[in-house]
Structure formats: C-alpha cells, structure tokens
Design a protein around this ligand. Structure first.
Ligand SMILES: NC(=O)c1ccc[n+]([C@@H]2O[C@H](COP(=O)([O-])OP(=O)(O)OC[C@H]3O[C@@H](n4cnc5c(N)ncnc54)[C@H](O)[C@@H]3O)[C@@H](O)[C@H]2O)c1
Length: 447
C-alpha cells in the first residue's frame, strides 16, 4: 500500500495528541466503576410503559444496583408481564399510572409511553414529587413545552432528564470535545440520515390493538419519523453547532407504504442555524443502504459518527490560504496530502492521552489504532450508552449529579420535531418563535 494511503505513525501520533487534548477535559457522565451499594441507598423507581423501549431500559437497569424498580405500569397486559420479567425485582404492577404515582416510597419515575402521553405524565410525576426520566421526544404539542418548563421551575430539586442516550456516550462526548478544541474548525454543515427498509409496522394479535401497538404510525399519537428517528440526530447537530435552529424547510409523504398509516414514510428536512449552518436530514423506510449516522463538517475536518463508531477526516492543507488565517491547519506544522486527508482516522477515547504511557502501552495503543484503521479492531464503549444514560439518571437522583440531558435540551429537541412536521404539513418554511430576524424572516411566524 502506498504511504499516502496508509495511516502513518506520525499521523497516528498527531491524532492521538488531538484526542488527548479533548480527553483531558472532564467528560460529563462518564460511568464510574460501580461501588457496592447497599439496597437502602438505592433509588426506588417506577416505570410507565414497558413496551420495546421500556424493556430496553429495564434490561440495563437490572444491572445497576444504584436503582431498584419497585413498580411497573402498562395498560397492555403482555407488555406489563414482559416488563416484570425483564427487571426481575418483583415490582408491584399497575394499569393506572396515577395510582402508581401515589406511592410515597417512590423517588423517581421513568416514562416510555407513546409520545402523545409524555407531557401529561411528566406533569403528574413532577407534581407527585418524583424525579423524572422521560423518553425522547420530550413532548408532542408546542404548548406543552412551557407547561413542563413551569412545572420544572416549581420543583427545582427534582431531576428531569430526557432520553437522548447519545448524550451519555463516551464516543459522542469525545467527538464534542474534539469539536470544542477546534479539530473540525468552523462547522457549517451537518448531514444526517436514518434509513431503513421496513414498514415499521408491528404485528397485532387483534385489530382492536392496532392503535395501541402501532401508535407511531398515526398522527394523533406520534410525531412520525422526525420524532422517532431525527430527534436523536437534531440533538447531535444542536450539540455540535452549539445552537438551536432558527428555521426549517421540509417535505415528506406517504409514498411507499400506503397501508392506512398517517405519518410519513419519507421526510427530508433542512434546518438552518443562526450562523447560517445547515442540518440536512433524511429519513426513508424503503432503503437501508446508508443506515444512520451524522456527518459533521467544518472547514478543517469532518467527523462521521454513530453509536459505537467515529471517523475523523482532515481537510487537506492545500486549502490553507495563508498562515494564521481561519483555515490554518489545526495540526500545526503537519503536511497532509489530499489522499491521507480522505483516508480517515477512527476516533475512540483510548486512542488519546499517550503522554504518560509506558513504551509498551504506547506501542499497544498504536497497534490498536492501526488495526482500527484496517477495520480489524472495533472500539466498544465500556458501557452501552443506554446503560450510561440510566446510570447517569440514578446518579442525578441519588447524588445530585448534573442531569446529562436536561429540560432545555429536551425542549430544543421537541421544537425541532414539531416545527419540522409543521413544515412538512404546510409546505412552508417555519421559523422558531425567538429566531433573530434574518432576510425576510417574520418573527413568530408559523409559516
Ligand atoms: N431512546 C431511544 O433510542 C428510543 C428507542 C425506541 C423508542 N423510544 C421512545 O420510547 C417511547 C416508547 O416507544 P416504544 O417503541 O417502547 O413504544 P411501545 O409501543 O413498544 O411501548 C409503549 C408502551 O406504553 C404502553 N402504554 C400506552 N398507553 C399507556 C398508558 N396510558 N399507561 C401506561 N402504559 C401505556 C403501551 O401499552 C406500551 O407497552 C417513545 O417515546 C419512543 O420514541 C426511544
């Protein structure tokens, strides 16, 4: 293989130094090694909705002794049973979540129900004095955002976390620190897609359960693809750009799965940010080739990231206009050819911080990194981000640690979904109410 097309030791060391610079910063929510906790010190929680996501959370929660599930609630008996079996802690079961919230011995509640139910459940849980974890998207209707803000302000001591688990991923945290350190330069564009080749439909044992089990395909309960898929990625774009969008144009339709659903099977949306940055999002349900990832592009580099995998690509030095300019190479003094810039370098936390390592450890790390560039080594986070998300929530409740995906992150995320859907439905550009006027923007305009 030609030298230019390979990742050289010199390039590895530069990458490692860059990642190390990011890694030395405190990484919020990084999972600590569990200490043995006695059960009286554990957070006592209940969960509302033990369907697919509720059971995923319970699967990870079952390995977290800092919390103890004392109650589960679901209105669909098979799922209620599945939840009890998954957690295995013999919780009391409920069909009516309000009854569950009456329990005085419960510290926290997790909500993993259809989207249209989130806001009321959050409000009821806060007013019952419970810490709250609510799945994304945090709420369904625009006006619910302020209601939740008001309730949260009335209960400042209660944790409120939204279920955007990428916020708990060490890999994403590292990527964001690299961005902060300037590895990508000025970010102007994010492209993200979530492509599948499936109808998204769940089999129903009896037609009377169609709406309950396939709620995400009907507009009365669901924000469709933007709520279920894009919400993770608009959050990543907001995080990377460091701002919320100011406007969105979007289109979509029910063009392939004409089976009675009322939410789209394809959506294309362009979000614009205050500095002119754009997020271009694509969701389709009839081709899986590109699957899902986020491609974050700055004038010095690109990051392609998804859960469990991140690749960094440098912009070629050839584009530097003059020393000291905005485009000065982030890798001071490096001469990088176009080819090697395009080669890409895997990022993972353990690729950084080589400074204090012994010769052997440094060589091992180099080998691991080299193997990663060949696809022969795959980085695995020490814990699944879902696990870390649950652990972080328990730590916020038990020890008052900062909430990793708090209220305003959830609000920004929900707004992107709601305004995106409005743009699809109206065919008009939709502006955020507080957007700074630009060009022809009419403040607060819904269309
Ligand atoms: N963070 C993620 O990656 C992720 C992944 C999947 C789903 N989700 C989110 O989790 C939520 C649930 O999605 P899902 O796929 O698990 O749906 P689901 O249909 O599998 O589960 C929802 C459960 O809520 C129950 N339910 C409905 N109404 C109820 C009520 N009034 N009281 C109690 N229980 C009730 C249903 O019976 C069902 O068991 C959604 O907001 C979804 O967006 C998040």
């Amino acid at each position: 293989m030609e030298k230019d097309q390979d990742v050289t030791r010199r390039e590895f060391l530069k990458t490692a130094a860059a990642i190390a610079a990011a890694s030395t910063l405190p990484i919020v929510g990084s999972p600590a090694i569990l200490s043995a906790q006695n059960s009286s010190n554990a957070v006592r929680y209940g969960i509302i909705g033990t369907g697919t996501e509720g059971c995923t959370l319970l699967k990870f929660l079952a390995t977290i002794p800092e919390g103890r599930c004392i109650a589960t609630c679901d209105i669909y008996p098979p799922n209620l049973k599945k939840g009890v079996e998954t957690i295995g802690s013999n919780p009391e079961t409920y069909e009516d979540y309000r009854k569950m919230l009456e329990r005085k011995d419960m510290d926290a509640v997790l909500i993993a129900t259809p989207l249209n139910l989130h806001a009321q459940m959050v409000l009821d849980a806060l007013s019952a004095g419970k810490h709250v974890f609510v799945e994304k998207t945090m709420y369904f209707k625009e006006e619910e955002g302020d209601l939740i803000r008001k309730a949260a302000a009335e209960h400042p001591k209660l944790a409120l976390q939204v279920g955007l688990q990428r916020r708990s991923s060490l890999l994403y945290q590292l990527a964001m620190e690299m961005i902060k350190q300037g590895a990508l330069g000025r970010i102007m564009f994010v492209r993200a897609q979530w492509h599948r080749n499936s109808d998204w439909r769940r089999p129903v044992p009896d037609p009377k359960f169609e709406r309950l089990l396939n709620w995400r395909m009907y507009k009365e309960y669901s924000g469709g693809m933007l709520a279920e898929l894009a919400s993770h990625q608009t959050d990543v774009a907001n995080w990377a750009i460091g701002a919320e969008p100011i406007s969105v144009v979007a289109t979509g339709g029910i063009d392939y799965w004409k089976d009675g659903r009322t939410t789209c099977d394809n959506v294309e949306a362009i979000y614009e940010y205050p500095g002119g940055q754009k997020l271009c999002w694509s969701g389709i349900l009839y081709n899986n080739h590109f699957e899902f990832d986020e491609q974050i592009m700055g004038d010095r580099g690109t990051l392609i990231i998804t859960v469990g995998k991140g690749m960094y690509f440098r912009e070629a030095v050839a584009k530097v206009s003059s020393p000291g300019s905005a485009k000065e190479n982030w890798w001071a003094g490096a001469t990088v050819s176009n080819q090697s810039a395009q080669q890409g370098i895997p990022i993972f936390p353990e690729a950084g911080a080589i400074g204090d390592l012994s010769f052997v450890d440094r060589e091992t790390r180099f080998a691991k990194h080299w193997l990663a560039t060949k696809g022969l080594y795959t980085y695995q986070e020490p814990h699944d981000p879902w696990w870390s998300e649950m652990y972080n929530f328990m730590m916020s409740v038990r020890d008052g640690k900062p909430v990793i995906a708090p209220l305003e992150i959830g609000v920004a995320d929900a707004q992107a979904v709601i305004y995106g859907n409005r743009a699809v439905e109206t065919g008009q550009k939709v502006y955020w109410p507080n957007a700074q006027p630009q060009k022809d923007i009419k403040k607060g305009s819904k269309t």
